[in-house]
Design a protein around this ligand. Sequence first.
Ligand code: ZN
Length: 482
Amino acid sequence: MISVVPKPQRVRLLSQKQYLYQPTEAKRFLEEGHGQEGYRLLIDNEGIKIYCGTEEGAFRAQITLKQLYTEKKLPNIEIWDFPKYQHRGYMLDCVRHFFTIETIKKQIQAMAMLKLNVFHWHLTDDQGWRIESKKYPLLTEIGAKREQTMGDGKPVSGFYTREQIKEIVRFAKQHYIEVIPEIDIPGHMTAAIAAYPLLSCDGKEVKVSEGPGIHKNVACAGKDSVISMLGEVLEEAAELFPCKYFHLGGDEAPRDKWDACPDCAKRMVENSFKNGDELQAYMMNALCERLEKIGKTVINWNDGMKAENIKDSIVMHHWKESKQCNAATAREAAKGRPVIYSPFFGYYLDYPYGMTSLKKTYTYNIGVKGVESENYLLGLEAPLWTEYVDTEEQLEKQTYPRLCAVAERAWSSVKSTNYNEFTLRLKRFYKILDALGVKYVTIENANPAFIEGKKAVLRFYLNALKVQIKERKKKKKEGIKA
Ligand SMILES: [Zn+2]
């Protein structure tokens, strides 16, 4: 058995011979038919040969070679390899907690070892604004700071300068990874509204959020001035990211403020919109048009795409698995809209292993029910939200080994029945993570026994509940003072 993760598409062990070649001795030959990322790797008496059509293919082959190089030996082998899906991603929330560019670079190195090719960077939310804007400096001067998190008394602040972002984009590119930024609109905008209250419906001052959950502060969809300012923010941000895609969030936007806003009401009447979903689609379409003019394709989370008037060009990011959201994904997939697949119950890395075990992630059914063809699937992505993740070590332990499972399903044509064999290869992959200094959870702990698993889930929810009660008490106290 050869220990490579993700598993290559076709492997032919030619003999039991082993060679003392160094991976750096590999010779490269041009060979057509391997696509953008594919390659053929041959190790025999004549040395190491990589056959491919692109630099990227050669890079992926080198990764395989590094993993094959165990005990300073290489096997007599031939491998044909290419990815199953074009989008293979990892999302990191750098808002709920802030992570340094050193931490991010380390994750990019580990991603490259798994042949992942998309780093989805969640940069704005209720709890912070983490991307520098020269045009609107208050976004970070005010929006990047909060006094504490869930009553812990510890201030959190931090944002990425435009130069630091360019550095990350460059570093990722060296690893054949694209960086897709996410600026979440119209919900999850408390930090932006704290900086510029005129972005909201009522213009009232608010504080950068100190707690988790869904917030009622949303950007006003009725004021042209708001859409225009957000357009400028997006265009300025887009200059930093050469990637074709731009994620505009669109998830979890409560309608309370819109329902009470005369400008939003006017927009609804003028356009005969039936509900807030259609109003949100109007706003998203307008921002999407601005980004399309500079060559970008917009991505939205699936719960923001329930309205039929949402632009056909927006890629859907499936996360929410409610009946209504599954139906929206199935409807759009059947129409041929491309979908990125990040199912909540299978791929969300922020939940304990007792709820989402390694085995569950690996064997999770890919694709929405009711759609036969898989052609609509652009690819797979695993998100890590960091409300309860505040250190690099914890970030990594939530991520690994589950990200290895998602990476394997995204690259390889393996079936879920391949799980046991995958874990054997994973043990060897842990040495790669060790070499990078990346922490992980053992395979046993990533599949806790029933009782242990339930206990961990209970602890997770009790902690979340404690936090919510604290928040509610705090809000009540502030309300009384006001
Ligand atoms: Zn409004």
